[in-house]
Design a protein. Structure first.
Length: 376
């Protein structure tokens, strides 16, 4: 396994990613690898133990924290969110949208991101966007209630409970407010105490400030070729995504977390079954995917499934996946994002990095997966 994984990881680096690192489990055998640099200016190498912003992998942690409250009787999955947060989702909408609909993105609530970052207002019409807001908001401290308000007043993406749902970070900011409402502590503290610490994760946190503490890579954002050369956004206030995508972790911690989750040790087996019950959802990239309660499945040729989640932040990306039997686990972190150029209509053009990453996924998961369509 080691030689093929080393080669596959190097291929991703040579395809254009400055640096990446990963950990793969195959039963009791564990491989860790790194390729490339953490800093293109100094040539400082990446290492497999680096901490990294993992983006929307955070959603799995937040969903698990919510399901724990369901198990304790503090929340009802099928209760209207208006019962708990009437001022944030008022009126008939608040009565029609349930907690479950927030977790599986069938609420019909729009994404707030274009409104929080004005120069991204054409998103997802990528050809019409500009990266200027990324610099403007490096140190902006966003109020989650204000962000939620942007998503709630925006035109709905569908009727509550309708499918396909539409992936929206607004849903997970609301889940953060929901956790605060029923636990009396902040969502960060709830997720830290009930999920991160419960799983024994030593290098995982929801950061209070814009810095990544400990050894880490710079994070290079290309914004579809509009930032050339790619610019470092490793120092960034993550209040713009909070419990939707702000987590810092390591590939080892992610593999441990997903292993415990699928073993029924983070939430109960019945809650895990709910997490693995999926509906069709349109991802932020416009792809139709299956989505559960904070988990994303991929069919494996010959039977079985791979479960996990992917995520991106400005300049960084992460993918974590685990086979249904728990024997195969893979987490990988890359320090470049939005490397694809756009055609005149704004569609993503293929890039060698895409094929190289897909090949690494196949190698890591034993050639049993056709690749993970990432809801980012």
């Amino acid at each position: 396994m080691q030689n093929s994984l080393d080669s596959a990881l190097e291929n991703v680096h040579h395809a254009g990613v400055p640096g990446l690192f990963a950990e793969v489990w195959d039963g009791d055998e564990v491989w860790r690898g790194a390729a490339g640099v953490a800093d293109v200016a100094t040539g400082r190498p990446v290492t497999a133990g680096m901490r990294h912003r993992v983006g929307s992998v955070t959603k799995t942690f937040t969903a698990a924290a919510v399901l724990q409250q369901v198990e304790e009787g503090q929340l009802d999955l099928d209760a209207p969110v208006g019962r708990y947060l009437p001022r944030l989702v008022p009126g008939e909408r608040g009565q029609a949208i349930t907690v479950r609909m927030l977790i599986n993105h069938t609420s019909g609530l729009a994404e707030y991101l274009p409104y929080a970052y004005p120069s991204l207002a054409a998103y997802p019409d990528l050809a019409g966007t500009s990266p200027q807001s990324l610099d403007d908001h490096r140190c902006t401290r966003f109020d989650p209630v204000e962000l939620i308000g942007m998503g709630v007043v925006a035109p709905a993406t569908g009727v509550p409970g309708g499918t396909p749902g539409v992936y929206s970070n607004t849903n997970y900011l609301l889940l953060g407010e929901l956790l605060e409402k029923v636990t009396g502590s902040t969502a960060d503290k709830c997720i830290t105490r009930n999920v991160i610490e419960r799983a024994g994760l030593r290098d995982t946190e929801l950061p209070a400030g814009p810095e990544i503490e400990g050894p880490h890579s710079r994070l290079y954002e290309a914004w579809f070729g509009m930032i050339d050369p790619p610019r470092d956004y490793s120092v960034y206030d993550m209040s713009w995504v909070g419990p939707a995508a702000a987590l810092i972790s390591t590939v080892a911690d992610l593999n441990r977390f997903f292993g415990l989750l699928l073993a029924g040790e983070i939430v109960s087996p019945s809650s895990l079954a709910r997490m693995q019950t999926t509906v069709p959802v349109i991802s932020q990239e416009g792809k139709l995917i299956d989505y559960g309660l904070g988990l994303h499945p991929v069919a494996v040729p010959g039977g079985g499934a791979v479960w996990g989640h992917g995520g991106t932040v400005w300049g960084g990306g992460t993918m974590a996946m685990i086979s249904a039997d728990g024997r195969r686990r893979m987490s990988v972190a890359v320090n470049l994002q939005r490397w694809n150029a756009l055609d005149p209509s704004g569609r993503l053009l293929p890039h060698p990095i895409d094929a190289a990453l897909a090949a690494f996924f196949r190698t890591a998961m034993g050639d049993r997966t056709t690749g993970l369509a990432d809801p980012r």
